[in-house]
Design a protein around this ligand. Structure first.
Ligand code: FAD
Length: 627
């Protein structure tokens, strides 16, 4: 076996991930841990300052209720999320996040995040729930607060550049995690009394649109690869909404954000003939009643309407930036002010990209695009798994004691169905539209609850040494495989004894694209394709035993792809199980093209059995707590 030092770390609460939910968890856990004399340890595969989906910065905080000012109510937000997810949402979880989220945003501001204000000192809204920020350094500011909180508890509480692979189990309780450093030959064993998963969602499970030099470019940053789903599945946790992928419509090829255009600039999108596809398909909206007939129209239905035009050969689809800018400038009373406004709008348009998707600004520059003069193409991206945004995939977690119906409440808040295993952000399912602020808030909620769990279940974790040795051998095996066989061919990429992670990823992506309804199939699939996909996935799984890594970086790539593969399987199984089309702009089941409220207004949950290795997919009821 490759020569690796084993480093053992014992702690009370282990937070895995260093993104928004993990930072929220760190801040909150540190507060409660101090009161109880507990230790909190955080481990991130990257460096917290720039890790996770917020790495590049954001231009808006997408969830702010404005409760104190009476702008909105928590109930309004729950209704909005329920509508956007076509009725399928855990209202108790959404409610719980929404009622606390404003305090999180106020903390961000206190820590130095610049939030736009109007002349009366009120936050500038992009839309009803979104507020504008100068967010290039958003993640650095949030990570600094988390690091300060953990450092105040004691030294050596933060491990960066350590990739977590597997859970450690003591019977049915999760008691830690194992992984490896991506910089030095060290294998890490973290033993803990409770574990909080915040490893984000998954990208590059489906083949991306990008090719050539741009290969890998996607809307979702490349860092999150299904580790949350893999970890929770392998621990035996029940999962939910694994079929609810997210497909954003974004500026084509560089994936720039559209929120500011639609919401702040009130821009419209049209097909190439200038038709507003939101207005030309009332019959389709009717078909998806009641959701299609209620405002705001759910994101997936908006996608669907644009895709109908694209399929009918009416593309490209354009964001009418030039019309929006000229219209807003024309609203000014005189020529001088119109010119000034035009300059301001241009600056805001570019800044929006520079704050969070710099490459879109580069693409505009490279294609001589002046947004005030000509429209820009938008397109549906490839599918992603991001339960904190407009997708919903994640673990099935226990709801808050005071509001969750009995069916949704079996233990500590945000604990999965596995004892001691807590989830937040993309890792927890059926509570979409948390976004950055809500994920941080859910991290806080989950961490407070995890500390309570530790205080009330304060037993030392029992970790079987044989389990650790077996995991170490299995996790490092790709390095050994490469060493053993690399000399057998002249080209190290082509070898009958192993598969390198990049080729493995291409195979997974091709399979998902063609059988599970990716871009090349216009997001359409059916029972036969899905079954064939599962068959091929089974063979890919067999070949995953032959993954080979030349170095630590490739070792990470190997495990990222195994994690993606499990996310893929949970997805295919759930899409196959749900015999209807509920989110047509995310995927269409061609064999069940309609919405079926009678039989399918329910959650689709799944579980992988740790003892038998069998999958179960089943229904759970949707229970409303708000009118
Ligand atoms: P993340 O913040 O992504 O953190 C995941 C963490 O897990 C990272 O630290 C990563 O390094 C770590 N990790 C992953 N795998 C491993 C592993 N195996 N071992 C150890 N660590 C691991 N929200 C808004 O409010 N406004 C916006 O405008 C907005 N725009 C967005 C645009 C894009 C392109 C995306 C993708 C998201 C956007 N969001 C926005 C949503 C917001 O970014 C997410 O809701 C939030 O980041 C989710 O938090 P999280 O902690 O679940 O995941």
């Amino acid at each position: 076996m490759a020569n690796f030092e084993t480093v053992e770390v014992s702690t009370d609460l282990l937070i895995i991930g260093g993104g928004m939910s993990a930072c929220g968890a760190a801040v909150e856990a540190a507060y409660w841990a101090k009161k109880h004399g507990l230790k909190v340890t955080l481990v991130d595969k990257a460096a917290m300052d720039r890790s996770g989906a917020v790495a590049m910065g954001l231009s808006a905080i997408n969830l702010y209720i404005g409760q104190a000012a009476g702008d909105n109510t928590v109930e309004d937000y729950v209704r909005y999320v329920r509508q956007d997810l076509m009725g399928i949402t855990r209202e108790d979880l959404v409610y719980s996040i929404a009622r606390h989220v404003d305090s999180t945003v106020h903390l961000f501001e206190k820590w130095g995040l610049p939030i736009w204000k109007d002349e009366n000192g009120k936050y500038v809204h992009e839309g009803r729930w979104q507020i504008m920020i100068n967010g290039e350094s958003y993640k650095i500011i949030v990570a600094e607060a988390a690091k300060n909180a953990l450092n105040a508890l004691g030294p050596d509480n933060i491990y960066e550049r350590v990739f977590i692979v597997e859970p450690l189990m003591d019977g049915d309780r999760c008691v830690g995690a194992v992984g490896f450093s991506v910089r030095e030959n060290k294998f890490y064993v973290f033993k803990a009394k409770a574990v909080l998963v915040g490893m984000g969602g998954a990208v590059h499970v489906f083949r991306p649109r990008s090719t050539g030099e741009g290969l890998g470019r996607s809307w979702y940053p490349p860092f999150n690869t299904g580790s949350s789903a893999y970890f929770t599945l392998k621990a035996g946790a029940e999962m939910t909404c694994q079929e609810v992928r997210f497909i954003p419509v974004r500026f084509k090829d560089a994936y720039g954000p559209v929120g500011a255009w639609f919401l702040l600039f009130k821009s419209v999108a049209t097909n190439a003939l200038g038709e507003d596809y939101m207005k030309t398909h009332p019959d389709v909206l009717e078909q998806y009643a009641p959701y299609g007939l209620t405002k705001p129209i759910p994101a997936n239905l908006r996608n669907h309407l644009g895709l109908i035009d694209e399929r009918a050969g009416k593309g490209p689809i354009y964001m009418r930036t030039e019309e929006a800018i000229q219209r807003l400038a024309q609203e000014m009373p005189d020529e001088k002010q119109r010119k000034k406004k035009l300059k301001e709008l241009e600056a805001e348009a570019w800044e929006d990209f520079l704050d969070m998707t710099i490459s879109q600004a580069l693409l505009w520059a490279a294609t001589n695009t002046f947004p005030e003069e000509k429209p820009s193409e938008i397109a549906a991206c490839e599918p992603y798994f991001i339960g904190s945004h407009s997708g919903a995939s994640g673990a099935w977690v226990s709801g808050p004691e005071d509001i969750a119906p009995a069916e949704y409440q079996w233990g500590y808040t945000n604990m999965s169905t596995v004892k001691g295993l807590f989830c937040a952000g993309d890792a927890s399912g059926a509570s979409s539209h948390k976004f950055s602020s809500g994920s941080f808030t859910e991290g806080r909620i989950a961490a407070k609850s995890a500390i309570r769990f530790i205080v009330e279940n304060n037993e030392e974790p029992k970790v079987d040494a044989a389990q650790v040795e077996e995991l170490k051998a299995r996790i490092l095996k790709p390095l050994d495989t490469f060493e053993q066989y690399k000399g057998m061919t002249t080209d190290p990429d082509v070898n009958p004894n192993y598969i390198r992670p990049k080729q493995f990823m291409f195979r997974l992506q091709k399979l998902m694209d063609e059988y599970a309804g990716g871009v090349s199939k216009s997001f359409t699939t059916n029972k036969y394709l899905l079954e064939k996909g599962l068959e091929l996935l089974e063979m890919l799984k067999e070949d995953s035993e032959k993954l080979a890594a030349e170095n630590l970086h490739e070792l990470m790539r190997c495990w990222e792809n195994v994690h993606r593969m499990w996310q893929a399987e949970a997805h295919i199984r759930s899409v196959l199980f749900r015999e209807e089309t509920r989110w047509p702009g995310y995927y269409i089941r061609a064999d069940f093209p309609n919405l079926d409220e009678e039989n399918w207004k329910c959650f689709v949950n799944c579980r992988w059995d740790r003892n038998t290795g069998q999958w179960e997919v089943f229904k759970r009821p949707v229970i409303s707590i708000i009118d």
